[in-house]
Design a protein around this ligand. Structure first.
Ligand SMILES: [Zn+2]
Length: 415
């Protein structure tokens, strides 16, 4: 007997063949893996049955301890925000305003602004303060049906603060019903202590920060910022070599502002994901496909920086690369706490289809975190992390701007 059976729902299961289903043409099942007049059962926090209500193996009340009707609501997998910098102290609103009043980046940097202002504030904050300041941002995502989130470090740039950020991120998963994956992004920027000695800082990451964070059990993945204003592919490769020797999967901020070949490097290390990718050469999409590396698109940062160079979505689609979509929630370039808005922007700015956008925050986001065996689709055996919406078709989730139709959220089967 199941714990609970939910009936009278439309189910966008997002299960099925990635490329074809995402393109919405020639797919094996219905678009969105849609099941009309559906039902699903939950036992021990997992999906125990899913299908058309008339295929249930008996009368509902004989199958489960509790039966509830969803009155025709739409059920999707719980949303997954697979790229965030959610934990940080302070914010950069004053800097945002200064820029609009005519100050240059240089003026702002001289006044101690930019990423270093966030590093200073984060170093000075206690772990409790980091948890408290991140909670309202996390709660905004929960209200939109997010059930899994990735949170990166990268505003400490020293051992103590990187560990503090990762511990704060893990604690968010204890105080809220959400699955948290933590990523070490020590290779985000060169800290002031290593000014003009980026190679020495990379060595410090490999010899000290990464081994200690791994030893503390805080590292689900390792990330880096491969960019002219970040680190070179050679420097990132050293960090990836160290991560690989510890058995830790990698991901990379690549090709956001220029093409340094970061995506190819990520593919060589069978990275979970390569993220941003506006400057990706279309011919490099096949390297990501071969390595089974997801492409994480971040339209919030593209919008906020008023970029004009679009990621090569057509090439990614043609190469059958799994495309994910995330908020990149961070204080400098994407102070965004709406994954629904990221879906809308992925469609309006990057021309994803609404089905691709939904796949991008469910099935493909799970892949970008390496949790696809357990999450990201509505299938028997997977975690019962689900979002239930007051809409009559899944395209509505990408259609609205600033309107949240969430009706209910289930985490491990529980409201
Ligand atoms: Zn980022």
């Amino acid at each position: 007997m199941w714990d609970k059976l939910w009936i009278n729902a439309s189910l966008a299961t997002m299960a099925g063949d990635t490329g074809a289903a995402a393109a919405g043409a020639g797919s094996q099942g219905a678009p969105y893996g849609l099941i009309e007049d559906g039902a699903f059962a939950v036992s021990d926090g997992r999906i125990a049955w899913v299908g058309v209500i008339t295929d249930l193996p008996g009368a509902p009340e004989t199958l489960a301890r509790k039966v509830a009707s969803l009155d025709g609501a739409l059920v999707t997998p719980g949303l997954i925000d697979c790229h965030t910098h959610l934990v940080y102290a302070g914010n950069r609103a004053a800097e945002f305003e200064a820029r609009l009043l005519g100050k240059t980046y240089e003026d702002i940097a001289k006044a101690g602004g930019g990423i270093m202002s966030t590093v200073t504030a984060t170093r000075n904050a206690s772990e409790d303060e980091l948890v408290a300041s991140a909670l309202p941002r996390l709660d905004a995502l929960l209200r939109e049906g997010v059930t899994s989130i990735e949170i990166k470090s990268g505003y400490g740039l020293d051992l103590q603060t990187e560990l503090k950020m990762l511990r704060a991120a893990r604690r968010l998963g204890n105080v809220r019903a959400i699955n948290v994956k933590t990523t070490l992004l020590a290779a985000h920027a060169t800290p002031p202590e290593f000014k003009d000695r980026a190679d020495d800082y990379i060595r410090h990451i490999c010899d000290v920060i990464l081994p200690a964070a791994h030893e503390a059990g805080l590292v689900d993945a390792v990330d880096g910022f491969c960019e002219g204003i970040g680190f070179s592919p050679d420097q990132i490769e050293q960090v990836f070599d160290k991560a690989s020797s510890l058995g830790v999967r990698v991901k990379l901020h690549a090709e956001q502002l220029s093409d340094l070949g970061g995506a190819r490097l990520a593919a060589r290390f069978n990275a979970l994901s390569a993220d941003h990718l506006e400057y990706l050469k279309p011919e490099d999409a096949s390297a990501l496909a071969k390595a089974n590396t997801a492409a994480v698109l971040l339209p919030g940062a593209f919008y906020y920086l008023r970029e004009t160079k679009l990621p090569p979505v057509g090439a990614l689609r043609a190469a059958n690369v799994a495309m994910a979509v995330a908020t990149d929630s961070n204080p400098g370039t994407s102070p965004m706490t709406s994954l629904l808005l990221a879906m809308n922007m992925a469609c309006t700015l990057f021309r994803l289809t609404p089905e691709e956008a939904l796949a991008g925050v469910t099935r493909n986001a799970a892949k970008a975190l390496g949790v696809e065996a357990d999450r990201g689709t509505i299938e028997v055996g997977k975690a019962a992390d689900l979002a239930i919406w007051d809409v009559n078709h899944p395209s509505a989730l990408s259609y609205f701007i600033g309107y949240n139709p969430l009706k209910m959220r289930l985490f491990a089967g529980t409201e």
